[in-house]
Design a protein around this ligand. Structure first.
Ligand code: FMN
Length: 265
């Protein structure tokens, strides 16, 4: 088995389809036992040495900024996750996405809500609040809490909260996948609903010598940003593949090819 001991496959997969990015929270604190569970996952799920997640139990409102002024700002979140990576490592962005999404899905599995935020947060405020090692950077954060029951007008207008996810067709992100083995189809189906910045879904999958390669698409988007999104999709892909009994491991690739999932014989 190559699975990381803290990779909670069934539990995280169960959270994949219901997860929605939510930005309006009701201010209620998260139960201490839930925060302990998230902190435990963040502490234990460290499959790579160039990425980690920190739980901030009492998050200052100043962590979150708006898109324009206060418009589009995360509100009322009691807690947050901070996604940290070693900026000097070539693989840090996808490893940050992969590691972070495991903790995000753990929070969702606990019945809490989240939202990856790489744009509308105060990088200087968050960085100052963290104890970063030399070379480490904050790539993104996420609120953690109880979202307001009905999405606010802003959430609905800006992000379509509560509506079905708009996603690219499977055949666009994984051309020819109807002919792939069941584990690979389950993998791309789970990756398809992964969150991505501005819902770009900048990932494409192809098969190669019995493995599945995830590559970055969207040449105009900075590669580190795309590789962060791809790391999130990698975690989803692995959840789907494992649900069909496929044990395997990721191999890192360079450039626009991000990584390759290699099934074990
Ligand atoms: C890496 C990353 C960065 C994101 N940054 C922001 C952000 O700065 N502000 C925001 O409101 N949403 C942000 N999002 C949330 C996306 O808009 C959201 O995931 C996407 O629209 C798909 O919606 P869903 O998560 O509900 O499926 C980000 C998502 C990811 C994965």
């Amino acid at each position: 088995m190559t699975i990381h001991p803290a990779f909670d496959a069934d539990r995280w997969l169960s959270a994949v389809s219901d997860r929605r990015s939510r930005r309006a929270y009701d201010g209620r604190p998260v139960a201490g036992s839930d925060l302990d569970a998230i902190a435990a996952t963040a502490g234990e799920f460290r499959p790579f040495d160039d990425a980690r997640v920190v739980l901030v139990r009492d998050v200052p409102a100043a962590f979150f900024t708006g898109l324009i002024g206060s418009y589009g700002k995360v509100t009322g979140a009691p807690s947050a996750l901070v996604f940290i990576a070693d900026g000097s490592s070539a693989t840090n962005a996808e490893h940050c996405g992969y590691t972070g999404e495991g903790v995000v899905l753990e929070a969702n599995a606990l019945g809490l809500e989240t939202c990856w935020i790489s744009g509308s947060f105060s990088r200087s405020t968050v960085t100052a609040a963290m104890s970063l090692e030399p070379g480490e950077v904050v790539r993104a954060i996420s609120p953690v809490g109880h979202a307001v029951v009905r999405p606010t007008v802003t959430e609905n207008l800006l992000y379509g909260a509560g509506r079905p996810k708009h996603r690219r067709e499977l055949d666009e992100i994984a051309p020819g996948s109807a002919e792939w083995p069941a584990w690979a189809v389950a993998g791309v189906a789970a990756a398809r609903v992964a969150p991505s910045a501005m819902n770009r879904q900048p990932w494409r999958f192809r098969t190669e010598d019995g493995a599945v390669v995830i590559a970055a698409s969207g040449p105009s988007i900075p590669l580190a940003s795309v590789r962060l999104d791809c790391g999130i999709a990698m975690l989803h892909f692995e959840l789907g593949a494992r649900s069909e009994g496929c044990d395997g491991a990721w191999e890192s690739l360079t450039g626009r090819d991000v990584a390759r999932w290699v099934p074990l014989d």
